[in-house]
Design a protein around this ligand. Structure first.
Ligand code: RIB
Length: 303
């Protein structure tokens, strides 16, 4: 199996579960409260490791109860932590997450220590990248190190996956650094500055991304599944049929990206890897929490 390195952020998710997500100026009575591990990069690392991926995580955390929670989780899942920088002068990040009765969410994240990641941190851990064949990242770490890491990953012949979440500006020149680009519909709308509603809109959006120099585009469509396109083929894949109700979609995108990386690491064909990732993402929505909802390889057999 090929090895995977992931650059990203760990935060403690403070989740509030209620009938609805409060609107501006409103106070509601919630139903449940949960503090658990989150952060997109970290969730993706957990997803990949629980599926038996060989995963190293690159990030920066503080030295506090939240980072303790992170290290405990990585130990249990088997994520390699030699490239996690711990700085006792900084605090580990947190996210506030509101979840409604249908599992929809609204998130505000403060990355804390991970906001201080700089290129030099990656240089100090370049061996991790050099030993990997697959590199996965998102847009939660500072832009500068994210783009620098994509460049270094290419230099060291890694396949690059960018999950552009949360959607933030990317210089046009940098799209060519991406082998697999995995926006959801809203993120795709942000990058192309246009509405994406119909199947034709989705196909056109994927073509627009290919024209920017991205090699493969995967637009995730929530309960509608995904659309894939590269210069040779394109297809829609339906969402996986779930046995249990959706209770929390937080981290579903992370489950998808982590699992897709494992699919590639196991040398699956693209369509197979996407089907696998779809299934993992679907299962994650039937459980509460972000990292906590990532399924183990053994659970997949029952689906
Ligand atoms: O993708 C879900 C994640 O986004 C949450 O865990 C939250 O921490 C934010 O980073």
């Amino acid at each position: 199996m090929k090895s995977i390195s992931i650059l990203g952020v760990f935060v403690a998710d403070l989740c509030f579960i209620g009938d609805k997500i409060p609107s501006k100026g409103q106070t509601i009575l919630g139903k449940k409260h949960l503090v658990g591990p989150g952060g997109k990069g970290s969730n993706q690392a957990i997803a990949a490791a629980r599926l038996n991926g060989d995963v190293s995580f690159i990030t920066k955390v503080g030295k506090d109860s939240h980072s303790e929670m992170a290290f405990k989780l990585y130990k249990e899942a088997g994520v390699k932590t030699h490239s996690i920088i711990q700085d006792e002068k900084l605090f580990t990040g947190v996210a506030g997450i509101m979840i409604d009765k249908d599992g929809n969410n609204a998130i505000s994240i403060v990355s804390g220590a991970a906001e201080e990641l700089v290129n030099k941190d990656l240089d100090n851990h370049i061996e991790t990248l050099k030993k990997s064949e697959i590199f996965l990242t998102q847009m939660e770490a500072p832009d500068e190190i994210t783009i620098y890491a994509l460049k270094k990953a290419r230099e060291h012949k890694c396949l690059t996956i960018l999950n552009p979440a949360p959607a933030r500006e990317i210089d046009e020149d940098n799209f060519k650094l991406i082998d697999f680009f995995t926006p959801n519909e809203t993120e795709a709308e942000f990058y192309l500055n246009k509405n994406i509603k119909t199947e034709t809109d989705i196909k056109n959006a994927a073509n627009d991304f290919l024209k920017k120099g991205i090699k493969n585009v995967i637009i995730t469509l929530g309960e509608k599944g995904i659309y894939f396109a590269n210069n040779k083929e394109n297809f829609f894949l339906e969402a996986h049929n779930l046995k249990e109700p959706v209770i929390d979609t937080t981290g579903a995108g992370d489950a998808f990206n982590g699992a897709f990386a494992v699919g590639l690491a196991n040398a699956l064909e693209i369509k197979e890897a996407l089907t696998y990732a779809n299934k993992v993402a679907g299962i994650s929505t039937t459980k509460l929490g972000a990292a906590a909802s990532m399924p183990f390889a053994s659970e997949l057999e029952n689906y």
